[in-house]
Design a protein around this ligand. Structure first.
Ligand code: ADP
Ligand code: MG
Length: 695
């Protein structure tokens, strides 16, 4: 099945629109994020101007937008540069000047020929007691009057595109829109009082009042719901596809697990026991496991993963643990080693660093099953890697891997169970959009005995005081992370700021100050990181790239400059780098006053709690869904129409809707099912359709 022909017009390039050429199209693409007519249709207004007010000149008040019927009179070109060009106009009640700065004489003469009757719309202002309009917004022939006297939507713009141009292109686009079948559940549609899709789209582009701009307006809410439904339906289809491949059932007495638990120097937390039980019950089933283990930094995910892997190993299969970076893979190997030794399990590490003969030997161990547990980086994806019998794949720090890679890895074994671990405390609503296809286990309790991190706010002019304090603590053996400000999302500027800070800190602390940033090569990064871990550096200056998950228990101080520029989730992730050892840890949030309201709220919440889930929910609330940090990084879908900070409730509805629907109509063959296929095409979820087709 391919895309229904009906949809073709809105999938055409923007250049298909009258008045949009190749150059213009580039601007439109920058504006809307895509080259198609459909991308423009998703571009909704942010405001409106009421041009319906059409008084006579004498009745047009100062400061109000008015649409006037005028007779064009004499032109007064500017005598000097910098002076305005004026056009004198009249109606039967008075005179008004149309005023142009930096005028293009030819254009004005063509637009406003003397003696013509024209409709002119713009903001009326009084200057020296006389009415004028500076740069009219619209000029038209009398017969086009109705096209001007409207509620005019105002769109987000980009340099080089006027609102008129966007509006015209949109009006043309709307003509391309085909009639759509209804894919909504009739009961839901009725309950929410939602219009049909076509009416909703038109209404969203034609706000009549403030309410028309609200994301909760029925038209906008419906469009948002459509997007969420397409998203959830896709995830449900992916999930079904992955689960359909027969899984395998790992039934074991759990001897290895018992052995390790008995030997551990600590008792598992309640949350660890619960999540492990959830994982085990998946693994016992003959279905394939697709589970997300979500737990804040330090919540103890590694031991849970380890125990799950032992289950697979005990039943004769292999398990793999994948980390996003070399450092993390090695660190995992290090912390797992004593545990695996206790259980008597053979493991090896494979990363991009392994080359030639050594690599060959490792591959052979993986191939013949000698290696029961394999720890590595994405090097494990490579084609020449063959497992003897891969039963369970654990993927750490999911947000560095995409769905695609997840599929790649699972293709290495038949019906391999998959456990994904993430330290990003994604709010429930976001988890549904990114991982809607997965079951979720949450480690919501930390191992006992952790000291809370002391978080302090400090204005930037107290930098030197703080440095004095740090000197003292470094003297006592503390290690310090120093995170440099994010500058306007520019990597180069970030780098400049960090380099400069590195230099000043060297002046203060001597040469035991290191620098790490995104431009370093992987092995350079590794080497700086290793020095810091080994204690050869006291201070590590970093842009925001500090490796997620890196564990340096001796690092007890985190300094974040311009903390007001970071989102809550990001601050939380950064702070989580400290507080991992027995020593009291500190986090200094430096800020440049004065703080805005939101920044103030963020920083004070950082002081108030260390609970990642609370912070993530708050982050979503303060920044809105699209921006919540850890979200963009995590490769989660950005929505065009839905705003999760407002439509979060609709997302849960869409989630349930999608699941129920596939239960009742697995092939989408009912009329509603057919309509839903159109919806999937509309949101370009072609992959989901593939899954439908492959049956
Ligand atoms: P993360 O969830 O960030 O991956 P880790 O698995 O690295 O956390 O665990 C952090 C530290 O806590 C490790 O040193 C680990 O051995 C320890 N730990 C894990 N579970 C417990 C527990 N139940 N009691 C005490 N310490 C624990
Ligand atoms: Mg970890």
């Amino acid at each position: 099945m391919s895309r229904p022909f009906d949809l073709d017009p809105i999938f055409r390039s923007l250049t298909a629109l009258p008045g949009v050429g190749p150059r213009n199209a580039k601007l439109f693409e920058r504006l809307t994020g895509g080259p198609k007519v459909l991308d423009l249709l998703w571009h909704l207004p942010i405001d409106f101007v009421d041009r319906r007010f059409s008084p006579k000149i004498s009745g047009a008040p100062d400061g109000k937008i008015a649409t006037l019927a005028l007779k064009i009179g004499k032109h007064f070109p500017n005598a000097k540069k910098g002076q305005p060009y004026r056009v004198w106009c009249t109606d039967d009640t008075g005179t008004i000047n149309l005023v142009f700065f930096h005028a293009n004489k030819g254009w004005i003469e063509k637009q406003l020929p003397e003696g013509a009757d024209l409709i002119v719309s713009g903001r009326v202002e009084y200057y020296n007691g006389n009415p004028q309009i500076v740069h009219p917004d619209a000029i038209a022939k009398p017969e086009d009057r109705t096209a001007i006297e409207i509620m005019e939507p105002v769109y987000p713009l980009t340099q080089g595109l006027t609102n008129q141009a966007v509006r015209k292109a949109l009006q043309a686009s709307l003509k391309f829109v085909p009639a759509m079948p209804e894919w909504l559940d009739p009961a839901l549609k009725k309950r929410e009082n939602w219009p049909d899709w076509n009416s909703a789209l038109r209404a969203a582009h034609q706000p009549e009042d403030e309410h028309g701009l609200s994301p909760l307006h029925p038209a906008r809410a419906r469009l948002a719901y459509d997007e969420l439904l397409a998203n959830q339906l896709t995830l449900a289809l992916v999930r079904r596809q992955q689960k359909k491949k027969a899984g395998r059932s790992f039934k074991t007495p759990g001897l290895l697990k018992e052995k390790l638990i008995a030997a551990l120097p600590f008792a598992l937390t309640g949350a660890q026991k619960r999540t492990l039980a959830e994982i085990e019950s998946d693994m016992v089933q003959p279905l394939r496991m697709l589970r997300l283990l979500q737990g804040d930094v330090g919540s103890g995910k590694t031991i849970v993963a380890c125990l799950a892997m032992l289950g697979a190993v005990e039943s004769g299969a292999q398990a793999a643990l994948m980390a996003p970076t070399e450092i993390l893979a090695r660190q995992h190997a290090q912390s797992l080693k004593p545990w695996l030794d206790m259980a008597g399990v053979r493991s090896l590490v494979l990363t991009g660093r392994d080359k030639g003969k050594a690599r060959e030997a490792l591959l052979e161990h993986i191939r013949n099953g000698e290696a029961q547990i394999v720890i590595g980086t994405h090097a494990l994806f490579q084609d020449d890697i063959e497992f003897s019998n891969l039963g369970l794949a654990v993927i750490d720090e999911q947000h560095r891997f995409g769905v695609h890679q997840r599929l790649q890895l699972s293709a290495k074994g038949k019906g391999t169970d998959i456990l994904v671990m993430t330290a990003t405390p994604i709010p429930r609503t976001l988890a549904l959009t990114a991982y809607g296809d997965m079951d979720v286990s949450r480690l919501d309790e930390k191992p006992p005995g952790r000291r809370p991190i002391e978080t302090l706010l400090l204005p930037s002019d107290r930098l030197e005081d703080m440095v004095a304090g740090l000197k003292r603590r470094i003297g006592q053996g503390a290690r310090v992370y120093w995170v440099c400000p994010l500058v306007e999302e520019s990597e180069l500027l970030d780098l400049a700021a960090a380099t400069e800070r590195h230099e000043t800190l060297q002046n203060w602390f001597g040469d035991r100050v290191g620098l790490i940033h995104g431009r370093l090569k992987p092995d350079e990064k590794d080497s700086v990181m290793e020095k810091f871990t080994a204690g050869d550096l006291d201070v590590l200056v970093a842009t925001t790239v500090i490796e997620v998950g890196v564990d340096v228990p001796e690092a007890t101080i985190m300094v974040i400059e311009h903390a007001e520029r970071f989102g809550l989730s990001q601050l939380h992730q950064l702070r989580g780098r400290v507080g991992r050892g027995a020593q009291q840890s500190y986090c200094f949030l430096m800020y440049a006053p004065p703080l805005g309201e939101i920044a103030k709220e963020r920083l004070s919440i950082m002081r108030a709690t260390e609970d990642g889930f609370v912070l993530a929910e708050k982050d979503l609330e303060l920044r809105g869904g699209g921006d919540a940090l850890g979200v963009r990084q995590s490769g989660m879908p950005g929505f065009r129409l839905a705003d999760l900070s407002v439509h979060g409730g609709l997302l849960s509805v869409a989630h349930d809707d999608a699941r129920l629907l596939l239960e009742k109509d697995p092939d989408l063959s009912t009329p509603r099912g057919q309509a839903l296929k159109t919806l999937l095409y509309l949101f370009e979820q072609d992959q989901a359709i593939q899954y439908l087709r492959s049956g």
